[in-house]
Design a binder for this molecule. Sequence first.
Ligand code: IMP
Ligand code: MG
Length: 181
Amino acid sequence: MHSPHDDISEILFTEEQIHARVQELGAQIAADHPEGDMLVVGVLRGAVIFMADLVRAIDMPLEMDFVVASSYGLGATTSGVVEIHKDVTADVEGRHVLVVEDILDSGLTLHNVVEHLRMRNPASVEIAALLVKNVERRVDIECSYSGFECPDGFIVGYGLDYAQRYRNLPYLGILKKEIYQ
Ligand code: IMP
Ligand code: MG
C-alpha cells in the first residue's frame, strides 16, 4: 500500500527534535505560570498531537479545552475567512488562557481565535504555536511560545494535514509539490 512517507520531499524536524523542543516549551510555560490552573485551548484538528505532548510537559494543574476553527478548507491556499465551528465549554472569565496551534502562517486563524476568546474577559491570552512560518503576516500577532521557524513550503505531519491526510506522520516534513499543485 502507498505510504504517506513517500509523499514527503524533506524531513524538517525529526521526532526526537520535536520531542526535545516540546519539553523545553512545557518547562518554560510552567515556569512562566507559577499560579497554575491555566486553560489550555487547542485549535482542532491540527494542534491535537502537539497539544497532547505539550500538556504532558507542563508540570502544573491545567484544564484542556478545544475550538474548531478553519481558514483553509480542503486545499493549500488560505481563503482569508476564519470560522469558529466549535467553541470552548470551559469558563474563560478571569483565567489565564493558552491557545495551542499547529502553525502560524498568515496569522488570521490565531488572530480570530484570540479575539473570540478575549470577548469572555480572560485574565490573559497567550499563544503557543509549534511552527512559525517565515512569511509576512496578514495581521499583527504576538506568539509567546513558538517551537520552530519553518520555510514557506507546505508542511505536514505531527498533526498538520493536507486534505486531512498526513497528520499521523511522527515528524514534520515538506509535502512534495506534485501532491498539491
Ligand atoms: P493562518 O490562518 O494563515 O495563520 O493559517 C493557520 C492554519 O492554516 C493552520 O491552523 C493550519 O491548519 C493551516 N496551515 C497553514 N500553513 C500550513 C502548512 O504548511 N501545512 C499545513 N497546514 C497549514
Ligand atoms: Mg489548523
